[in-house]
Design a protein around this ligand. Sequence first.
Ligand code: FES
Ligand SMILES: [Fe+2]
Length: 346
Amino acid sequence: MTAIDKKALIEERVNSGLLGHWYPVAKSVEVKTSRPHGVKALGQKLVLWRGADGSLKCIEDFCPHRGAPLSLGEVHEGNIGCRYHGVVVDGEGVVVRVPAMPECALEGRKAVKSFHVTEHSDAVFVYIPSLSRPEPPELVLPDELTSDAWTGFLCTAVWETNYRYAIDNLADPMHGCYLHSESFTLAYGSKQDLMRLDKTEHGFHITRVGQVGDNFDWTDFVFHPGTMFCFLDIPYPPAAGPGGNMRIVGYATPVDETTCKVFFWRMRKVEGLARASWRFLYRAALENNHWNVLEQDRVMLEGMPDDARRREMLYQHDIGVSRVRQILTREAKQQIEAELAQVAAE
Ligand code: FES
Ligand SMILES: [Fe+2]
């Protein structure tokens, strides 16, 4: 294999999404005991459902008989029954029953892949294994999602763009005062600045040099084995009432090469009475503003050509974008090298 081929494989891996990671794929409420829920992640179709005790199951959305989507089927006693000819598969991907054919040899066979799945903070996370990390590492979550001091809401959206653009967008605080300049919470701050990048214990912090606290001024990217997320603050203008910033915790899950699903938790550190009143205020008034801001991001990113990256001309403000790409590429390189080494050993 030439160096060029290897480079192309690495680029392809970054584009389709790193393996060996936990990805949020659905809201918890979407996955029920009564019917299956189909999703797509990293180009793979998956089906999710719950056993009678609420436990999550995730297998390929592919019936072992002739490939019909199991997500069109039904949940029977904790297993999933294909709508096409009734074959029943369990949460491990094993064929439990072939009702149309007595003593069918398919029964008892592990026929489709199953995936580790868990949920936290209203989201369902699925582990997509890699060659060197077939078993999932511990799912490390942001403090905002694990500590009781924070409260918030999960919002999700499907964007018709490669997940890398969603990540780049988060690593680029400078767009706040331009793209979102008409919005309620982001209309403040200067339009000229420099960016600074600092290494942190588990990633990096990208921040505007000239202002902090006026707008979307910084992002913190966090990397742990098998997961990547970021967080940022949106200052509340005086009109939004007393209290601290709104913190956004963000994930971008690759759906396929031209689509991603973003998961944003809108969190606030408020306790006591203020907590309940903020939750009410958010639902009643603020949520809509935040959707409008997110729509501005979506429209801009969806308008960019898939290959924009090949023609772009970066400048100083893009150091966060460059760093996150470097980190993804480094991990993709390790994955590709491990896979090539295995092929060579066979
Ligand atoms: S394709 Fe599923 S039972 Fe035939
Ligand atoms: Fe934005």
